[in-house]
Design a protein around this ligand. Structure first.
Ligand code: GLU
Length: 446
């Protein structure tokens, strides 16, 4: 069996980390199995779906490196949904209903008041042919419900293990609205059948749909796929992510300068118990990937942990992996030596510009003891410098002034960089160069 999975967002908004979590696990699952990853745009809601959101989805997935093997749009496939609906009508699994919203709500309230589960009472199923005809002729347009079979629907969930849902505990779901539009349930099943999807990996918010959808697969004479329901991410306070989607959109994470691979590595491990480690390639996430690693809890999305992982990734990143991006940032002057010297002090790639400025740009030197700085300047070894120059120089300064430890190093760093912290001076000094060092020790702002 060739594994085929799909990621099926609705283009009604920007993707956020919760969506990316689902997309990534589908992608990893497919790639690990040598299978296929499909992108399906669930754009049946014509009012809320936009081409701009659809292209933003493609852009964000591309940024994360989650390429797809094929793309489908539900809006292109309405005819197929119509065929399936006709088939279900013929089999008397899809039946017309005429209740108005208020009527359904009143029934629901009544049931709850009597301590009954608020399950649709199937009143419409009891209508005779003549009554139906009469309602339609007098201008009522029906919506259509799928008649669920009573009894347990069971499946072995890839993430949660054995699951069951009692068909009798659910209302017959509406598949087609009175205006003829399809709700999500039927198109999703028809697509999963037509595209031969073998594994449906999605959020735990879809568990109740799964009972219905398994019945739908069977009603359409198809074998249901394997299902896996991933836990839903929560924020640091334990609340669902939905309220903060703006800040947690992939677009926002991208703009904030995070590495796409950091987001991938973070989302691959969160909730699994695997250690958070940076990766240099998406493929590095494949061998440990296993949906069964998720426990019962909701993984906590912590932006600080993500930022920390990003910093760790950068601190270990080889020059080849960033060279072209440095050029894009207008920092083509940063060569391999400079990158290795500076990378340990950045959290995001853009921060490198700040340290590069300290090496080669303008700084305001801080010279607290002019005499000390003058002596130090007079002892600067001749260039060119390598990473031994700092040791040679500071030994000479120490000998001449008697200063040691912090009293020796701090004034030199303050004068040369205008800051009291930063990359190792041994590496910075050659990047600053002799002329600049002399000017800075003299306290001249550049
Ligand atoms: N469009 C649905 C959603 O975004 C897809 C659910 C599914 O994967 O079946 O929730």
């Amino acid at each position: 069996m060739t594994v085929r999975v799909r990621f099926a967002p609705s283009p009604t908004g920007l993707l956020h980390v919760g969506n990316a979590f689902i997309a990534l696990h589908n992608w990893l699952f497919a790639r690990k199995a040598g299978g296929t990853f499909l992108l399906r745009l669930d754009d049946t809601d014509v009012e809320r779906s936009t081409p701009e959101f659809a292209s933003a989805i493609e852009r964000d997935l591309t940024w994360l490196g989650l390429g797809w093997d094929a793309i489908a749009r539900q809006s292109d496939r309405t005819a197929r949904y119509g065929e399936a609906a006709e088939r279900l009508k013929k089999a008397e699994r899809l039946y017309p209903c005429f209740e108005m919203q208020e009527e359904l709500e009143a029934k629901r309230r009544n049931q709850l008041r009597r301590g009954l589960p608020p399950v649709y009472d199937r009143a419409a199923l009891a209508l005779g042919e003549a009554e139906r005809r009469h309602l339609i002729e007098s201008g009522h347009r029906p919506h259509w419900r799928f008649r669920l079979d009573a009894g347990m629907v069971e499946w072995n969930d890839l993430v949660r293990g054995p699951q069951h849902i009692d068909g009798a505990s659910q209302s017959d779901p509406v598949l087609v609205r009175a205006d003829g539009r399809y709700l999500y349930t039927l198109p999703s099943v028809v697509d999963d059948i037509d595209f031969a999807v073998t594994h449906v990996i999605r959020g735990a918010d879809h568990i109740t749909n799964t009972g219905t959808q398994i019945q739908l697969f069977r009603a359409l004479d198809a074998a249901p796929p394997v299902f896996g329901h991933l836990p839903l991410l929560v924020d640091e306070t334990g609340a669902g992510l939905s309220k903060r989607l703006g800040a947690l959109s992939l677009d926002e994470l991208h703009r904030s300068g995070l590495e796409a691979l950091t987001v991938d590595a973070y989302l691959a491990r969160i909730g699994t118990g695997d250690p958070m480690e940076p990766v240099m390639d998406l493929g590095d996430l494949l061998s440990a990937h296993d949906l069964a690693k998720f426990g019962g809890g909701s993984p906590r999305f912590d932006p600080r942990e993500l930022a920390h992982l990003n910093a760790r990734a950068l601190h270990a990143m080889p020059y080849g992996a960033v060279e072209h991006r440095l050029a894009e940032l207008g920092q083509a002057g940063i060569d391999e030596t400079a990158w290795i010297a500076l990378r340990g002090n950045i959290e995001r790639l853009v921060d490198i510009g700040d340290w590069w400025q300290v090496c080669q740009g303008r700084v305001v030197p801080i010279v607290e003891d002019k005499g000390f700085a003058e002596t130090a300047a007079s002892l600067l070894p001749p260039g060119p410098w390598d990473d031994q120059a700092w040791a040679t120089w500071t030994a000479a300064v120490s000998k001449a002034t008697g200063a040691k430890g912090k009293a020796l190093f701090r004034p030199l760093r303050l004068a040369l960089t205008g800051r009291d912290h930063g990359p190792e001076m041994r590496n910075l000094l050659p990047l600053i160069g002799r002329d600049r060092a002399l000017r800075r020790l003299a306290g001249e702002p550049e």
